[in-house]
Design a protein around this ligand. Structure first.
Ligand code: NAP
Length: 327
């Protein structure tokens, strides 16, 4: 049975993606309580009628449905599995829906812990970017069957245009990592193509237009990399989040005994950008790796920060970056 229109919703994580997604739930008339680590990022939603809560636990206490849109697997682990985390702080029968791009294994752990405590939890990462979140046209990648998700379907539809059902816990995250593998390769290809055009003295804008109209085009070229041609490195999608996604993808491949040389290269590129001070820039800043030092320095990078080896995630959090066999 579908949840009624007067069901109570909590939304935790009102950053680049979370704020506009939560806004669509408000626009649809749902009663919304919000929490974010940095309170000001929820101010716009509170001004539109959402209620602020000081902690994730307080936000979730009376909610029928709790959405999370956090940054990293470590954030998801804290918010769900800590002593006062959502698994225990939410009410029995509540739906807990994680929209973060996170670890498949962590999604399975959360699903299982929720089941034991009589809650429903599923992974539901998204694709479509900041603009898709603003327009309410995201593609959802759900680790649940459409039949099981029926009670919350109208809520999901307030901010999506299509939903792919991957049917079991963690499978939504695995499918999302497949998306990121393809995205990263397209982004690197676009950056390298623009660099060759620029160095050759032919118009990169015209090349981008020509390639976009043919078989070499991609969304990463037309909507992301070309922003760099205007000197726009502001984040729609943070470089450090793509770095996280590629780490998760490589860990998943390792579990499957697969080698992904293309993804390893993409990871090394984005890791280099992050180390040089570009972690909070948009992913289009990967194009700065192909410019001269004066240009990249003017854009805010500092190559003296670069370390010899790629930097691993916080070792205390390794288990959700590495695969199941390493648990
Ligand atoms: P973001 O702007 O950094 O949003 C994440 C939000 O979660 C931040 O506002 C952060 O608070 C909050 N947060 C983290 N830990 C928290 C905690 N323990 N308690 C409360 N709030 C917490 O990033 P985003 O771009 O919206 O991306 C969110 C997720 O979606 C990431 O996993 C990303 O990979 C994925 N994603 C992003 C895009 C995109 O185009 N941006 C597209 C698809 C998927 P602070 O404000 O204090 O940092």
């Amino acid at each position: 049975m579908v949840l009624s229109n007067d069901c109570k919703i909590a939304f935790i994580g009102t950053g680049i993606m979370g704020a506009p997604i939560a806004g669509h739930l408000l626009d649809a008339g749902y009663s919304l309580t919000v929490h974010n680590r940095t309170r000001e990022k929820a101010d716009g939603l509170v001004a539109r009628g959402a209620v602020w809560a000081d902690t994730p636990a307080k936000a979730a206490r009376d909610a029928d449905v709790v959405f999370t849109m956090l940054g990293y697997p470590s954030d998801v682990e804290d918010v769900y599995l800590a002593t006062d985390g959502l698994i225990r702080a939410s009410k029995k029968g509540a739906w807990l829906i994680d929209l973060t791009t996170s670890s498949p294994q962590l999604a399975r752990d959360i699903h299982d812990a929720a089941e034991v405590e009589d809650r429903h939890a599923f992974d539901c990462p998204v694709t479509g970017g900041q603009q898709g979140a603003i327009d309410g046209t995201l593609t959802l990648i759900a680790g649940i069957t459409s039949k099981d998700a029926k009670p919350v379907l109208p809520l999901l539809q307030t901010f999506s245009s299509q939903i792919y059902w991957f049917e079991r816990a963690g499978a939504g995250q695995t499918a999302k990592l497949c998306n990121q593998i393809s995205l990263a390769a397209s982004l690197a290809g676009a950056a390298e193509m623009l660099a060759v055009a620029e160095q050759s003295g032919i118009s990169p804008e015209l090349v981008a237009q020509m390639v976009g109209a043919g078989m070499g085009g991609s969304v990463q070229l037309s909507r992301v990399a070309t922003r760099a041609l205007e000197g726009d490195y502001a984040p729609g999608f943070l470089a450090e989040h793509l770095r996280k996604d590629l780490m998760l993808a490589l860990a998943t491949a390792e579990d499957l005994e697969l080698t992904l040389p293309e993804t390893e290269t993409s990871f090394n590129l984005i890791d280099m950008l992050c180390q040089a001070g570009g972690s909070r820039k948009g992913t289009q800043a990967v194009t700065l790796l192909y410019t001269d030092e004066a240009t990249s320095t003017a854009a805010g990078l500092d190559w003296s920060l670069l370390k010899a080896e790629p930097q691993d995630a916080d070792p205390a959090r390794q288990r959700y970056y590495t695969g199941t066999k390493n648990l």
